[in-house]
Structures are given as structure tokens and as C-alpha cells.
Design a protein around this ligand. Structure first.
Ligand code: ASP
Length: 435
């Protein structure tokens, strides 16, 4: 394994995982064997990645902010980051709307398939609706209230509280800038070392990544629904995939324009993170690797990466917002509804907000889709139509989510003079030696 670049060995792990999964579905005891003997290793791998996420955000953000020297730089970086994030999310929803209105995948689904899907996935749909209902009842300013934790130790015990931890880390970092340097030095030194340790742990976890993704994919395959469903929803899947592809092209174009960085190099630089996003369906679980790759291979200064990427993982989900636009209109089409321009403009707004509010975990985009459907008065029962194929599509949209974060981090870094494009030799290395 050692000589092969990491992204290739991860890819190999994925392919073998799918093959083994397919083989084990062909006999009766197969799926159970995989669930009992292979899946646990995938779960351990994802847990290890998630385990690192909180300490990574705390360590790197406190270090990043305290390195800034003055607060005006923080607001400059914050303004640019949020501005570009919102802009790309709106573009994503628009691409989704254009695709779904042009290809009209919902009209190809037959009445019989529609009824079958609705009956089969009624109870799963009800579960998602209940979660979404809770979010809706909380009121419009709830997200803002949620941003400020009342207890930092409590906040760090729950991976879903990432924004709260980001808030605390930034607040703490600001405090660190404002006290005299001789007083802040020991704390800064501590977080510098803490950060180094976490980065080393990521390196160690990545050594087993090929085996981890093997286990994840093998168990996904044995648990996935029948191929027939994929066929029935083929047009919807295709529409979404084409949309996601255009979104990636859009990022590559932006980076080419603003950073003059070759698309091929970006993809090669972050390929391991993309493959992990695909295997885990979680931007949060992928965050440690995204950060490592963006700094080492794309040359984004740590100060910028540690700020832009954790925020992006939680609020910038362009794959998710694009999916929500496609899914909402697809369901409307399948129910024979004609959506007015006004309603579709409403979808741009709700899908943008819903993707910001979606947690960076598997299936979160679908929960928030309920809110988009509710706003546009599309029957929520339609969720049942797309339930069966949500997971593979979630895998794809998560890849787009993290690609967006990585691209924006490059643009922000460039605009602040904090992009140090690596030399060719370094780009190709997966684990360059530490200085
Ligand atoms: N799984 C996605 C992510 O973590 C969110 C979603 O669209 O469900 O980025």
C-alpha cells in the first residue's frame, strides 16, 4: 500500500468494498456476515474521524485567530468568507432549478411507481417530518440563539454543536489577541503544540483510510435497496448528478479565474478528502482531512483554512442546496403540480437557508428538505418518492459540499495574500516531511 498515492489506495478500497458487498448479497448469510464482521470497522473509522473534529476545530481556530494580530483582519476574512459562501449557495440552487425544469425528471415517473414508493417509505418519511417539525417550531431566530452556548463543556460533547464550538474558539482567540503578548504566550504555545498533535493524529487515521472505506462501502452495498428503484428514479438521479457536475465545474472556474490554479491540481490535491466525503456522507467527519489537504496540497495558509473550512463544513453546503431544489421540484412534478416563478424564487431562498441549517451528517439535507417543501406547498409525503436512493445521492452531494469549501478557502486565502502555492514536488506528495 505504501508506494501508491493515498487517493489511489482509498479508491482501491472503495472498489473492493463494492465488489465484496455485491458478492455477499448473492447468498443468504452474506449480508449478515458483512454487518457483523466488516461494518464495525467502518464505524470505528468514522468514529475516529469524528473524534478528531471537535479538538481540531478548537485547537486550529484558537491558534488561527490568535495568530491574526488584530481583529480587523478577522472581520475582513469573516465578511469575505460568508459573502462567497452565500453567493455560491445561491448559484447552486439556481443550477438545480435550471436542470430540473429543463429535464423534467418528475414527469417520467409512473403513477404505479409513485404509489408503491409512497406506501413503502411512509414511516421513514414520517420520522424525517417529525424532526423537521421541531426545527420549524423553534422560530426564526432560533439559529442565532443556538450559536452561543451556555456551557462550553456541554457544547463540546455533541458533534452537532460545531457552530457553538466555533463561536467559543473565535471568542477565546479574540481574548488571546487582546491581552499582552507576554501573558498570552504560554496559552498560544500550548494550542500550537495541541494543534500539531491533532494533525499528527489525522495522519495516523489516514493510514487506515483504505480499509475504513472498504468496510463502509461493503456494508452500504449489502444494505442498499434493490436496483429496480434506482431504475425508476433514474431520471431524477441523472438530473441531480448533472447539476452537481456543473457545480464542480463552477468552482473550478472560480478558482481558475481568481487564483489561477489548474483544475487538475485542485482535484488531485483534495482527492482523498473527496473520496472520504463520498464514503462517509459527512462533511463533519471529512473536515480533518479537508483541512490537512487544503493546507498541504493547495497552499492555503493555516490561518485561513482553520477559519474558512470549519465554518464551511457547517454552513456551506452547495451540493445539498442544489439537491433540495432538484428534489422539491421533482416531487412537485411527480404530483402533477406546476410551480409558479414566484414559488421557484421562494425555493431559492428556503433551499439556501435550509442548506445553511443542515447539519454536516448523513441524511441531514433530506430533513431540511421538508422545510423547503412546506414553504412551497409541495406534499411532504413526496419525500417517500426519493427516500430509497437518498444515501447514494447524499454521498455525491457531500463531495460537492467539501469541494466548495476547499475552493472558497483558496479564493479567500488569495484575496488576503495568504495562499502559498506549493511547488510541484510537494503537490504530488501525500505526506511531505515536516520542516
Ligand atoms: N451529508 C451532507 C453533508 O454532511 C449533508 C446532506 O446533504 O445530507 O455534507
Amino acid at each position: 500500500m505504501k508506494k501508491i498515492p493515498l487517493h489511489w489506495s482509498i479508491m482501491l478500497g472503495m472498489i473492493l468494498g463494492v465488489l465484496v458487498g455485491v458478492i455477499f448479497t448473492t447468498f443468504e448469510a452474506g449480508p449478515k456476515l458483512i454487518s457483523h464482521w466488516v461494518k464495525p470497522f467502518g464505524t470505528i473509522f468514522i468514529n475516529a474521524l469524528k473524534l478528531i473534529a471537535m479538538p481540531l476545530i478548537l485547537g486550529s481556530l484558537i491558534k488561527g485567530v490568535s495568530d491574526l494580530k488584530d481583529i480587523s483582519r478577522l472581520s475582513q476574512m469573516g465578511g469575505r468568507t460568508i459573502g462567497i459562501y452565500i453567493m455560491t449557495t445561491i448559484v447552486a440552487v439556481m443550477i438545480g432549478l435550471i436542470m430540473v425544469n429543463t429535464l423534467k425528471p418528475g414527469t417520467s415517473i409512473s403513477e404505479q411507481t409513485r404509489q408503491e414508493l409512497i406506501t413503502a417509505y411512509q414511516s421513514d418519511t414520517a420520522e424525517k417530518q417529525a424532526v423537521a417539525q421541531k426545527q420549524k417550531e423553534a422560530g426564526p431566530l432560533h439559529a442565532l440563539v443556538d450559536l452561543v452556548p451556555d456551557n462550553i463543556f456541554k457544547a463540546t460533547t455533541e458533534n452537532g454543536n460545531m457552530l457553538q464550538v466555533i463561536f467559543f474558539a473565535m471568542f477565546f482567540g479574540i481574548g488571546l489577541i487582546l491581552i499582552p503578548p507576554e501573558k498570552s504566550k504560554p496559552v498560544k504555545d500550548f494550542f500550537d503544540a495541541f494543534n500539531e498533535i491533532i494533525l499528527k493524529l489525522i495522519d495516523l487515521i489516514m493510514l487506515v483510510a483504505p480499509y475504513g472505506v472498504f468496510a463502509l462501502l461493503a456494508s452500504l452495498v449489502v444494505e442498499s435497496p434493490s436496483l429496480d428503484l434506482f431504475r425508476a428514479l433514474g431520471m431524477y438521479t441523472l438530473t441531480l448528478l448533472i447539476g452537481l457536475f456543473f457545480m464542480v465545474l463552477f468552482y473550478l472556474f472560480l478558482v481558475r479565474m481568481f487564483v489561477k490554479f489548474k483544475p487538475k491540481k485542485i482535484i488531485e490535491g483534495i482527492a482523498p478528502a473527496q473520496l472520504l466525503a463520498f464514503s462517509t456522507s459527512s462533511s463533519a467527519a471529512t473536515l480533518p482531512v479537508t483541512m490537512e489537504r487544503v493546507e498541504k496540497n493547495l497552499g492555503v495558509d493555516e490561518e485561513v483554512a482553520s477559519f474558512v473550512l470549519p465554518i464551511g463544513a457547517t454552513i456551506n453546503m452547495d451540493g445539498t442546496s442544489l439537491y433540495q431544489a432538484v428534489a422539491a421540484v421533482f416531487i412537485a412534478q411527480a404530483f402533477g403540480m406546476d410551480l409558479s416563478l414566484g414559488t421557484q424564487l421562494g425555493i431559492i431562498m428556503t433551499a439556501t437557508l435550509a442548506s445553511i441549517g443542515a447539519a454536516a451528517v448523513p441524511g441531514a439535507g433530506m430533513v431540511m428538505l421538508v422545510i423547503v417543501l412546506g414553504q412551497a406547498e409541495i406534499p411532504e409525503a413526496g419525500l417517500a418518492l426519493i427516500f430509497a436512493i437518498d444515501r447514494p445521492l447524499d454521498m455525491c452531494r457531500t463531495v460537492v459540499n467539501i469541494t466548495g469549501d476547499a475552493s472558497v478557502s483558496m479564493i479567500v486565502a488569495k484575496s488576503l495574500g495568504k495562499l502559498h502555492i506549493p511547488t510541484k514536488k510537494k503537490t504530488w506528495k501525500d505526506h511531505p516531511p515536516k520542516k
